[in-house]
Design a protein around this ligand. Sequence first.
Ligand code: SF4
Length: 390
Amino acid sequence: MTTLIDNTDLAGPLAAYRGLGDAVLSERIEAVRRRMGERLVILGHHYQQDGVIAHADLQGDSYQLSKSAAERQQCEAIAFCGVHFMAETADILVNRPEKVAARVSAAAPPAAGAGRRVTVVLPDMAAGCSMADMAAIEQVEDAWADLGSVIDTSDITPVTYINSAASLKAFCGRHGGIVCTSSNARAVLDWAFAKRKRVLFFPDQHLGRNTARKMGIPLDEMCVWNPHDPGLGGNDAGQLHKSRVILWQGHCSVHAMFKPEHVDAMRTNLPGVKVLVHPECSMEVVDKADLVGSTSYILKQVEEAAPGTTWAIGTELHLVKRLEQNHPEQTIRFLSPVVCMCATMYRIDLAHLCWSLEHLERGRPVNVIRVDDETAQWAVTALKRMLAVS
Ligand code: SF4
């Protein structure tokens, strides 16, 4: 369970910040950064809007950001410009360094949180993740019990994508399971199948399916668990017995917007185009793409491509736009004709950032994300397993 410390009444209303223009807000954010120096680290996820990214000390994906923040010796406070589960991961990795002993490389310095607590704030508590919200811990516990009525759960390794609540990571820790990222999902599934014969993969069915197919697991050895269907998640006992991979019926609302016909249209309109997509896209899109990989993989492909390369990229809009700006020597197009951006992450704007930073500086933090110790301990267990295999 995550604790929210909301000192809004003490700190003053957010409304007062909403009327300020971007220039004033930016100036005040920078003033806090100057005054707090290395005691403050602002983390900006790749999908964040440009105005916010401009103030970030570090830019990256959720796991990279938390890992890098954990290495900042002087850090006392983190403002995570991302979504809720990311701030939880930061709290776990930064504030339990002694437990995540292998969290970074062996050569890494002691973590920021060693011996003291780093305050982690999410500038807007409404910045959630629709995918993470598709798997509530109660639903996962119920599914586990239902599965146990049909198959032996000691044969199943639960695997959660890092884009999930801390409670789900803890569930995996308790049940011999593991966390994965979009970069290491293959290695994690290899590890899981070396131990047990089945995997329950949540919350993103697409990452699970795309990874399992790449390993050669046929579709008829996978099934989808619908948490809203009380009858074995919409499966019969025979299907569950046959399934090596049980996929949670969850998805990213951003990556679900990309369709196979978008790939067809790009190939027609841009001869020679390379289609590059994230594995949170559907199997049908992945099947038509040239290249598939995590955010870091997408960045690397574009950074290393020859001038004149033409790309159609299927991932979050802000990231693609930034790539377009940073690589004028290449032609970069957004794969979908529809705007696909992470609407929840977009809630973090300059007003929320300024509001949260000024209250942090005054010692009256708002929107503090703190994962309770028991949840954190089991989540760390699952994260350590991931670190050991990737
Ligand atoms: S892009 Fe998708 S998975 Fe990532 S935070 Fe937004 S809704 Fe969640």
